[in-house]
Design a protein around this ligand. Structure first.
Ligand SMILES: [Fe+2]
Ligand SMILES: [Fe+2]
Length: 408
């Protein structure tokens, strides 16, 4: 506590300041004090105290200063993406860009008639999907903005998160349109858009993501938590959507089409998270026990959500038990991808023959996964061109490169 008082007396920023070496010195002093604190809670207490004293504009100024001085990426590379150096990230950027879509491609109005024909039991899981996703992608988007874009190890890794954030915006918009088109009752709509603060299990899922955004234990925790948030947490919801495809053939076609587009995006986001986690130096990764503990905590929250979805309803071929088995099956698949031992040794098969979601991360080649034909350009060609232009040393282009399809 004495350090907090010391900070209050000596280094609190003036209400208004100009960007100067004076500010740099103060930031430096604050940084040293924060680093010297061993207790995590004391650190957050101090940070909250600092944040309280600053306006939003001042915080943005600090954030900009930090980006300039602390970024892992040199200025020339932060501001100009070429020449490409981190090709594994760049390939994922191109894969994602090649399948970009806009929300207007999905005409939910054509689903209204079949949605209206659903029984109450058939509608109930959809309402949970709407309630969770009304803000789910926005919560992930905040994490990207807060940490990943600034803390990326390379400009190419950062580029992925920039494109991903566009994806999340599209998902967010798409679920909003889905709710407002399919749900006719105004009262019901208000409830759905506020489900994040009213429905206990949705609140718990969202808090899990938000806690990571607020207090991450380094990049390893952000990567792992987003893998959970963007892939594992969606399983109860996506299982239900695949169930409609298998059991209610021909209904809510556009809703299911948008789900395939979103599932494909989330598969790539999850794979990117796995690759970035795998790139961390060994001493910065979790042990098997640590990563299992995080997954088990998250799965407890997901189980609560799954139970609430299926409470008092009866649907053929799907229930809370087999969805929770599928959640654990996918957790095992992810463990294999991030080179940790599996968590649930007794679960080796997915419980649903009709469920394809895990294939988005199971396949090593992204385009072997479903909806692979949805491409705007040829990724292999794009990577070949990037490799040619980037050469083996920065800024080297020895001969003119004119792609065959260029027209002048
Ligand atoms: Fe998303
Ligand atoms: Fe995502």
């Amino acid at each position: 506590m004495s350090q907090l008082l010391n900070l209050e007396k000596n280094v609190i920023f003036p209400a208004k300041y100009e960007r100067s070496t004076d500010l740099d010195e103060k930031l430096h002093t604050v940084g040293n004090i924060i680093e010297s604190l061993k207790d995590k809670n004391e650190k957050y207490e101090l940070l909250e105290l600092i944040v309280d004293k600053l306006s939003l504009f001042e915080l943005c100024t600090i954030s900009q200063l930090m980006r300039e001085t602390k970024s892992n990426i040199p200025k020339s590379k932060r501001l100009g993406i070429y020449p490409i150096e981190d090709f594994s990230s760049w390939e994922r950027v191109k894969k994602m860009e090649s399948t970009l879509w806009v929300s207007e491609e999905v005409k939910f109005v054509d689903d209204v008639a079949s949605y209206e024909k659903f029984s109450e039991d058939e509608k109930r899981p959809l309402l949970f999907i709407f309630g969770f996703f009304a803000v789910g992608d926005g919560t992930v988007g905040e994490a990207l903005l807060n940490y990943l874009i600034d803390c990326s190890s390379s400009a190419e890794e950062r580029a992925f998160y920039n494109v991903q954030n566009y994806n999340e915006q599209t998902h967010n918009e798409t679920y909003g349109r889905m709710i407002l088109t399919l749900v006719r009752s105004k009262e019901e709509r208000v409830k759905l858009f506020d489900a994040v603060s009213k429905v206990q299990s949705i609140k718990a899922m969202n808090s899990f993501i938000e806690n990571v955004i607020r207090y991450p234990d380094g990049k390893r925790q952000i990567y792992i938590s987003l893998i959970i948030a963007e892939f594992v947490m969606f399983i109860p919801l996506f299982s239900v959507l695949y169930w409609y495809k298998a059991y209610k053939k021909g209904s809510i076609k556009f809703t299911l089409f948008s789900n395939e587009l979103i599932a494909k995006d989330e598969g790539l986001h999850c794979s990117n998270g796995c690759e970035n986690y795998n790139k961390l130096p060994q001493d910065q990764k979790y042990s098997d026990d640590e990563v299992h503990k995080i997954f088990k905590l998250a799965i407890e929250v997901i189980d609560g959500f799954t139970n609430e979805i299926f409470e008092d309803i009866n649907l053929p071929g799907i229930d809370a038990v087999n969805v929770s088995i599928y959640v654990r099956y996918v957790a095992n698949v992810i463990m294999e991808k991030i080179n940790h031992s599996v968590i649930y040794e007794d679960i080796v098969q997915p419980p649903f023959p009709w469920m394809e979601y895990h294939k988005y991360i199971r396949k090593s080649n992204f385009y072997e996964a479903p909806v692979g034909e949805y491409k705007r350009f040829n990724v292999d060609e794009a990577i070949k061109e990037a490799e040619f232009l980037s050469g083996d040393s920065p800024l080297r282009i020895e001969k003119e490169f004119i792609p065959e399809e260029f027209e002048f």
